[in-house]
Design a protein around this ligand. Structure first.
Ligand SMILES: [Zn+2]
Length: 310
């Protein structure tokens, strides 16, 4: 024991010696700011790209599956918005305004090329003229006719300091949606009745097809919970509807069993446990394989891909 202690003491003494010699060089305030402004756009852009990938997948799922969502549909534009309040840390606010030109108005920082906002002639960097709203999508939803979500809507925007008017013909999407959450876990969870949180961990771990099945499963959970008479086995219903959703949005839905095997490999407890959500994977596996076969047969014979009533 004493010998081991002596070795540890020697190591920590040696490390302490190193520590003393390793320290960041002294920098002037100005240089720190310059380096922040140089690094800032790069990291904010990478962060925006991560959210952009989620938007691309969830948008495709929600628009392709609007017919499954009955009255639960909303107008959608396919944009990511930010204003200086989107960034909680003072220093990041500084980067956003000085380097990316994001001010106090909601500004479009990312837009899907084929979605409603770009089709209407909108551009990245356009800001919503109405300073009271932090989301262009919410602004449009509030002004839309519930029964005609695709009806054109005029919106005043600011482009490079000048007011412009865009007439947007919204896409129609399921009202259940998937938002981003800054968590390392792989499993999505409910944020509120309509919104689910998709963790950054899942976005970094799964490919697009796997993510589509996972996000479809989560959107299905929200739909099932909102149903007037929810099915007793909500997990099985969410599997069924979610895989159909991925198929209808033309993702490779056949990855579904593999996706849940990969999740089981990270969370072995979910093989037999977690009856409330996303668990009991061993029991769900045969149904997932049968589901893939069923959709393959429907697709091969040109029949509509509909999961049935729920
Ligand atoms: Zn689930």
């Amino acid at each position: 024991v004493i010998r081991r202690f002596a070795i540890l003491a020697a190591i920590s003494w040696a490390l302490a010696g190193c520590m003393a010699r390793v320290s960041a060089p002294e920098l002037a305030e100005e240089e720190i700011r310059a380096r922040r402004d140089a690094l800032g756009p790069e990291v904010l852009n990478a962060f925006r790209d991560l959210k952009g990938r989620l938007l691309q997948i969830e948008y495709r799922l929600r628009t392709a599956n609007a017919p499954l969502c009955g009255p639960l549909v909303v107008p959608e534009l396919g944009v990511l918005m930010a204003d200086e309040n989107s960034f909680s840390e003072g220093v990041v606010q500084g980067i956003a305004s000085s380097s990316l030109g994001i001010g106090d108005r909601a500004t479009v920082v990312h837009a899907l090329p084929s979605a409603a906002f770009i089709r209407a002639g909108g551009r990245i960097g356009d800001a919503l003229a109405d300073a009271e709203h932090e989301s262009l999508t919410r602004f449009v939803i509030e002004r839309s006719d519930r029964d005609r979500p695709a009806a054109p809507i005029s919106v005043e925007m600011i482009r490079q300091g000048q007011p412009i008017e865009l007439t947007i013909e919204p896409d129609v999407a399921c009202a259940v949606r998937a938002g981003f959450s800054q968590e390392g876990t792989l499993l999505p969870r409910k944020h509120d009745a309509f919104t689910s949180a998709i963790p950054a961990g899942a976005l970094r771990y799964f490919d697009d097809d796997e993510l589509a099945v996972l996000i479809g499963h989560q959107l299905a959970h929200a739909l099932v919970d909102l149903a007037p008479a929810p099915p007793t086995d909500r997990e099985a219903a969410s599997d069924r509807i979610g895989v159909f959703m991925a198929a209808r949005a033309r993702f490779d839905y056949a990855v579904a069993p593999k996706l849940w095997e990969r999740i089981a490999a990270e969370y072995p407890g979910a093989i037999e446990g977690w009856p409330a959500h996303h668990g009991m994977i061993a029991r769900r596996m045969p149904a997932l394989h049968a589901l893939v076969d069923e959709i393959e047969r429907l697709a091969a014979s040109g029949q509509p891909l509909h999961p049935g009533r729920f």
